[in-house]
Design a protein around this ligand. Structure first.
Ligand SMILES: [Mg+2]
Length: 321
């Protein structure tokens, strides 16, 4: 760490204070935590131009760098606690770091995360956050617990962030979809509520079809989705047609909603959780035997591919290209 890097990190990060379990926080060679058992740990890296557009506001980058990690802990049903930050910067712009720190700190304070250490280096702009949280291992939501007969649910709305990226690239800088792209809201309260209720969970970072497939393969089961049930926001339906909205919801990334499975008898509790959190929870399908994900429209299978999806050849239908 050069003197300048040291000054930058001292100036913007050292005063964030401690948190529960922090015996020694930001500033030494390593942080010291004094904890009981049951830690959840994750790490995510964002590279400028790959994971966020080059002209993304610094505070949004700070928010997102932490939010994507919080979303991973939410998907485990874990309580977030402590973050380490690796910051690689192309220049010594204090203004950029100040904006970044402000965006990250606002979310950290709101979610009970203490920043306890980090490193800054020179290079293409890249942000790594390592986040540690707490959850009893037997209560954690794993990908491997889905059982045949479980229902498949998803929180919030899907496809907005993918639309937001498209709009951003076309020059739009505001609006609900762009907001979903820049400032995803990690579903921590839902993850907490799902402990002991859901049988498996994952956060939707790479697109529903891809992320649900992780649950199916880890659980050794198959699944069937009805596209008519996908939760599509008015913001999305207001900008693209129904079929394209469904494609974005199935294959677009960056939504950071939770997809989870639960037995049919959990439906009533989930309805109450949805009400309490003021967050839509939508049943979109069910777990079945086999090992594949089947996606149905009006009972007919449609084929997913990398760019979207279309009907199986010969299965009828003509509106999908
Ligand atoms: Mg994840």
């Amino acid at each position: 760490m050069t003197m300048l890097e040291f000054e930058l990190s001292e100036r913007f990060f050292s005063a964030w204070g401690g948190g529960e379990g922090v015996a020694l926080g930001y500033g030494d060679d390593a942080a010291l935590l004094d904890l009981g058992p049951g830690l959840a740990m994750c790490l995510d890296t964002l590279v400028e131009g790959v994971h966020f557009p080059v002209d993304t506001p610094a505070d949004a980058v700070g928010h997102k760098a932490l939010a994507v990690n919080l979303s991973d802990l939410a998907a485990m049903g874990a309580e977030p606690g402590w973050a380490l930050l690796g910051l690689t910067l192309p220049d010594n712009s204090a203004a950029w770091v100040a904006g970044f720190a402000q965006g990250m700190r606002a979310l950290a304070e709101r979610t009970g995360v203490a920043l306890i250490g980090g490193d800054t280096t020179r290079g293409p702009r890249t942000i790594t956050v390592q986040l540690t949280g707490c959850v009893a291992p037997d209560l954690a939501l794993r990908r491997s617990g889905a059982r045949v007969g479980d229902e498949i649910y998803v929180s919030g709305y899907l496809g907005d962030a993918a639309l937001g990226l498209r709009l951003w690239q076309a020059g739009e800088r505001a609006g609900p979809a762009v907001g979903r792209l820049l400032r995803p809201e990690p579903r921590l309260a839902l993850g907490r509520a799902l402990r002991g209720l859901a049988t498996a969970g994952v956060d939707v970072s790479d697109g529903l079809a891809a992320d649900l497939s992780h649950i199916l393969s880890a659980s050794g089961v198959g699944g069937v989705l009805d596209v008519e049930r996908l939760p599509l926001s008015p913001a999305l339906l207001g900008r693209v047609g129904r079929v394209e909205a469904e494609a974005l919801a199935l294959t677009g990334g960056d939504d950071y909603e939770l997809c989870f499975t639960a037995p049919p008898e959990a439906a009533e509790v989930l309805r109450k959780v949805s009400e309490q959190l003021a967050l839509p929870i939508t049943r979109i399908g069910r777990i079945e035997g086999g090992g594949a994900l089947r996606v149905l429209r009006q009972g007919r299978p449609i084929r997913l591919d990398r760019l979207g999806y279309q009907h199986f050849a010969g299965a009828g239908g003509s509106d999908e290209a």
